[in-house]
Design a protein around this ligand. Structure first.
Ligand code: COA
Ligand code: ZN
Length: 315
């Protein structure tokens, strides 16, 4: 059976825009629940300016604790510049991501640099991380549409992907930051990118603003993508991109992929534990499109978490 590889980004992309700040111990508990659900790779935090994103002020403490308590987990962290990379290195990071937005304005909003400077900054950060022996990812943000500049032309995206390839980045993450992609656009975009970049070097990072994230994930699967970002409960939204809603919910992606013959090694029942925990901490309802149905299955007495992970029966 073919596998897909999910990076759960809830502790970073999920939390960065939440008004309620979590304590380091609470984030650690959240990551523990993700590990218990079978997630093998988690975006733990970001080493950004605490003035820009107060929720990430405890990045160094959190990453050190995660590495100590979950040594088997592939922890990944976001860094915006060489300063962030150095902080991540000191905390023990083995993998980092940089963010390169496809437009001038979005780069300014995000990291206070224009497109040319941001490209150089991301390349330099990736090269420096590789020299430190780290694995590297580059997000190409606003890959489909920018909230300030409109549609991103595919050739622009391709050029940026090639810039990051020139820096020998290990993985390029196509990020639909505001959740405006459609399955047809995903297919067309990947058809072009696939001419220069191997599919196993690409990942999709989708947001569910218009309810199309899972359909977009399916289009990406059909195009040969096997690496996805997702956030349990659909927690998320970018503080610098107005209108961006939560990420593709991990439970929706797992349900769709498992039901279509892909192995994920993720236990849907245990993902519900993550959602319940996050709802409690955020003090608001969360959950992807499949959440209420999954919760109903779980509460049927003969179906525990194990039953759900095997694929729930019809109600
Ligand atoms: N970690 C912590 N602090 C940092 C930092 C980092 N990686 N990089 C810079 N800083 C601090 C500086 O020391 C300085 O602090 P001071 O005001 O106390 O002197 C302050 O941040 C400003 O530094 P400067 O180099 O002038 O940066 P800037 O104001 O141009 O901001 C970023 C640039 C990248 C630091 C900031 O925009 C940022 O952190 N953005 C994060 C964006 C993000 O998380 N986006 C989500 C991803 S989609
Ligand atoms: Zn995102």
């Amino acid at each position: 059976m073919e596998s897909i590889w999910i990076t759960d980004v809830s502790p970073r992309d999920g939390l960065q825009n939440q008004p309620k700040l979590l304590l380091t111990g609470e984030k650690l508990a959240l990551i523990g629940l993700l590990v218990a659900a079978g997630l093998r790779r988690v975006e733990v935090t970001s080493f950004v300016s605490p003035k820009a994103v107060p929720q990430m002020a405890d990045a160094a403490d959190l990453l050190s604790l995660v590495i100590e308590q979950f040594p088997q987990l592939q922890s990944t962290v976001l860094v915006p510049n060489p300063r962030g990379l150095e902080r991540a290195r000191l905390a023990g990071a083995g993998e980092i991501s940089v963010v390169l937005a496809a437009t001038e304005t979005m780069n300014h909003k995000n990291i206070n640099q224009g497109l040319a400077d941001a490209t150089r900054n991301c390349q330099d950060t990736v090269r420096a991380a590789k020299a430190m022996g780290m694995r590297t990812r580059a997000y190409l943000a606003v890959a489909f549409d920018c909230p300030f500049e409109g549609a991103t032309p595919v050739p622009t995206l391709m050029a940026l992907a090639e810039e990051m390839q020139a820096a020998q980045v290990d993985e390029i993450v196509i990020a639909d930051t505001i959740g405006s992609a459609t399955p047809g656009r995903v297919r067309d975009c990947l058809r072009v990118l696939g001419r220069a970049i191997p599919m196993n070097q690409l990942a999709m990072h989708l947001h569910d603003t218009r309810g199309l994230a899972n359909a977009n994930a399916w289009a990406a699967l059909e195009a040969g993508i096997r690496r996805f970002d997702a956030s349990t409960g659909g927690l998320g939204g970018c503080p610098f991109a107005p209108g961006a809603a939560g990420n593709l919910a991990t439970e929706d992606l797992v349900l769709m992929a498992q039901g279509s013959g892909f192995q994920t090694n993720i236990d849907l029942g245990r993902l519900l534990d993550v959602i319940e925990f996050t709802q409690l901490k955020m003090d608001r309802p969360l959950g992807g499109r499949s959440y209420s149905w999954l919760a109903l299955q779980k509460h049927k007495s003969d179906l525990g978490p194990r039953g759900l992970s095997q694929g729930p029966s019809e109600s």
